[in-house]
Design a protein around this ligand. Sequence first.
Ligand code: ZN
Length: 331
Amino acid sequence: MVGLALVKSIYALPTWTKVVALVAEHWRLQRVLGCEGNPPSKWSAYRFAAKLRENSGSVERCIDSVVEGLKAKLPTYGRDLAIDASDMPAYANGQRFVSKDSEVERNWHTDPDASWGHRSAVSTRRGGGFFGYRLHAAVCTATDLPVAWSVETAKANETRFAADLIDTAQRRGCMAATAAMDKGYDQRPVYEQCAERDCLPLIPLRQTPDVKRGDHRPPECQHGVWTFAGSDRKRGATKWRCPTGECKPASTWVAADRLHPLIPRETKRFKAGYRKRAAVEREFGRLKNQWGLKPLRVRGLDRVRLHADLTVLTKLACALSRARGQALNSS
Ligand SMILES: [Zn+2]
């Protein structure tokens, strides 16, 4: 039955009915799944999915063990993260009324857990509202593989979930030493949550009043702008030096906060690390277009969550079997 979930994601099939039909037609798939001559019915597939939703702990444990396996094979997996959220339009159109005049509530086509959210413009796609869910994910920038993720209703603010993603990554044994996030996460609580988890944030600044005032700039003196001279994680501060060393004292510590992160924004390390944030965007694209995350053919938060969990789990299981140098059909 777990094999059916793998087939569903590998062939990017939207419904269990299609999965069962595919398996019924192909004896090779039946052999791989260990059900040659006796393919499962769509009813047993849907019953299996229902059982998984009731027992979400078993899916979680399965994900944990695959992540642990990847960690053992790929030492850099989970060290540097890129965090972002991506829209998942619901299998419903978000209209509560069939027509404005009659005001007849149409409740058989809508998804009660989905909500209206906003997405920003990406290259040629225009920004605007969408109805559905968002997948919040932390992706490893070295391997392009997801480490932690969660599905939430679209209107929920993305900054609320960064800390949970880092917690999940660390619970699964990943280091999460740095986390690159876009401007949407440039909120003071995100920096505090990162500091509590010993994770260095790589987030560009929004033009808030203190930034316009220049409070984020390095210290200066008559000799010029002071240069970065390292950071001390334990102390939670960065060190800056007078360019000529003539000032007394010639260096000073600046406590880390949103305006003065431990990896200063003017350093090469920040720029290189932030550039790797694209890993999370790439992974969203692959999950949606190659692994069948999109389009949703289920409604309700628990069903959408299971769909996302099984999709990402399949992707990770395939990566693990590759990393172990084994064929998929032996897993
Ligand atoms: Zn000076």
